[in-house]
Design a protein around this ligand. Structure first.
Ligand code: FRU
Length: 498
């Protein structure tokens, strides 16, 4: 049977070239900051996760990728696949800029972010063709694959050839899903200083009807919403919209929980908060898997950051996959997927640790750059003004990243001012103790990152760290009084890469 997608020789030539370059670059990589158990590109540049999908029993993760250099350039779609969300297999580049709608321009060009759907067993990708300086600059495009590995661009591209309004600031990052027998698309948009999530509907993924904005900024939520994702959570009648808003620093991500009305394509907003309070969390996207879990992965970096691994021939990583759930108060909880427990090796457990004022305590067996920690703090028995832990400590204590909780202020901080190379800065988040008066911290430390989850996923904070690779100390402390650790568990985590 003839493939419904045209076979573009140009496209295949660019993909082959990309593959060769990847192999060349990989040989020269400096591995100092390479992660042990996070998804990252074999070499070259990576940003947003794209096309997350559970397809024929496997998880697919595509990503914004420049295989030729460790900086942003003409965007390709890199591709990786996993059976368990933990161990990833790199596959050939899926999309390369090759057509007038996704190639050309001085700076920005390429196959920009988008999503994937299963259309009767065919894996289809919907992405933004971006060409700087062209009118229109951004259009929406379709590609497909029968084997889930090699993709062909559709002859009818672009499938949406212009934005609904000429005076727009961004029209990109289509996220498509099926509801009943209709396809829905939410697209990131900005106009008149307001970020918006705009909607389209289709019967066949080719011809799309504009349905207006589902929801827009109230004036405090940025002027362009990149990478929107809209999905049901906690039942078919409650929904969450994830966005990456531009120009409201320091906020780089938001979720809105509420209800999406399919009849009118309108989103009624209830609660809004950041989904992650760290510096290095952007462009999250979700998938629904075979067990009905809603799983989110984000780019574990941010535009404009100092990028120490660039000099090493690569840049960019993905967060750990996180399962999202909706609490009864409308807040979203995010927790690392349970499959990650399969990485656990040597276990160290302690209990009833009393930390004296201004002591910095090491626990035997608890150190490393590839480790999971679970720490339960008993607030009722503590009178410290602040307590927490320092990770990635140097022997002489001159370099570390400090995680501290201030119980009176109910605030959690991650301070990387003395963290090593890369940017400093202090991430901060509001955090009330749990109903039983305790604070539970769960940390995933990797060679150049830390992901912190507090109170069973009520709050998350993600940062890249670039300490000296030899600095692997972990020290627990209290200041302005004593603090009590009720239980401490630590697991060495096994690497997923050769
Ligand atoms: C978000 C983003 C998207 C765009 C892509 C380009 O990080 O700016 O809006 O599609 O990156 O790589």
């Amino acid at each position: 049977m003839e493939h419904p997608f045209s076979r573009h020789n140009e496209h295949q030539i660019f993909i082959n070239k990309a593959g060769e370059t990847l192999k060349e670059n990989f040989k020269a990589l400096d591995t100092a900051y390479r992660l042990h158990y996070h998804m990252m590109p074999p070499s070259g540049w990576m940003n947003d996760p794209n096309g997350l999908i559970y397809f024929k029993g496997e998880y697919h993760l595509f990503y914004q990728h420049d295989p030729y250099q460790a900086k942003q350039g003409p965007m390709h779609w890199g591709h990786a696949r996993s059976k368990d969300l933990v161990r990833w297999e790199h596959l050939p580049v899926a999309l390369a800029p090759s057509e007038q709608y996704d190639k050309g321009g001085d700076h920005g060009q390429g196959c920009w972010s988008g999503s994937a759907v299963d259309d009767n067993g065919i894996l289809k990708l919907i992405y933004t063709g971006h060409v700087d300086g062209k009118t229109p600059e951004e259009v929406q495009c379709l590609a497909g694959s029968e084997d889930g590995v090699s993709f062909h661009k559709h002859p009818s591209n672009p499938i949406i050839d212009d934005s609904p309004d000429a005076r727009r600031f961004g029209f990109r990052d289509p996220k498509v899903w099926k509801q009943g027998d209709k396809w829905y698309m939410v697209v990131g948009y900005g106009k008149d200083g307001l970020g918006k999530a705009i909607m389209y509907m289709s019967d066949d993924l080719l011809s799309w009807h504009y349905k207006g904005a589902a929801v827009e900024s109230d004036g405090t939520m940025g002027d362009m919403w990149e990478c929107p994702d809209l999905f049901p959570l906690g039942g078919e009648d409650s929904h969450v919209l994830l966005i990456s808003p531009m120009n409201i620093a320091p906020v780089k991500n938001l979720y809105l929980s509420g209800r999406f009305d399919y009849e009118n394509c309108r989103f009624e907003k209830g609660y809004a908060e950041q989904i992650d309070y760290g510096f290095d969390f952007y462009a999250p996207q979700t998938l629904i898997d075979g067990q009905g879990r809603r799983i989110m992965i984000a780019w574990m970096n941010i535009w404009g950051a100092t990028m120490p691994e660039q000099e090493h021939g690569w840049y960019g990583a993905m967060t750990l996959p996180r399962e999202l759930t909706l609490a009864s108060d409308g807040t979203v909880r995010s927790q690392p997927v349970s499959e990650l427990e399969s990485l656990r090796g040597k276990h160290t457990a302690e209990s009833s640790l009393i930390l004296e004022d201004d002591a910095y305590v090491e626990v035997d067996g608890v150190r490393g750059d590839s480790i999971e920690l679970a720490v339960l703090w008993d607030i009722a028995q503590s009178d410290a003004a602040e307590f927490g832990l320092r990770i990635r400590c140097s022997e002489d204590s001159s370099s570390y990243t400090e995680i501290r909780y201030m119980p009176r202020e109910q605030k959690l901080f991650m301070d990387r001012e003395l963290g090593g190379a890369g940017d400093g800065g202090v991430s901060a988040a509001p955090l009330a103790p749990m109903a039983d008066g305790r604070v539970r911290l769960r940390l995933f430390i990797d060679r150049s990152s830390v992901e912190l989850f507090a109170n069973d996923g009520r709050m998350a904070m993600t940062n890249r760290l670039y300490p000296n690779p030899a600095d692997t100390g972990i020290r627990f402390f209290a200041r302005g009084g004593t603090a009590v650790i009720e239980t401490l568990d630590a697991w060495k985590l096994a690497p997923i890469w050769e």
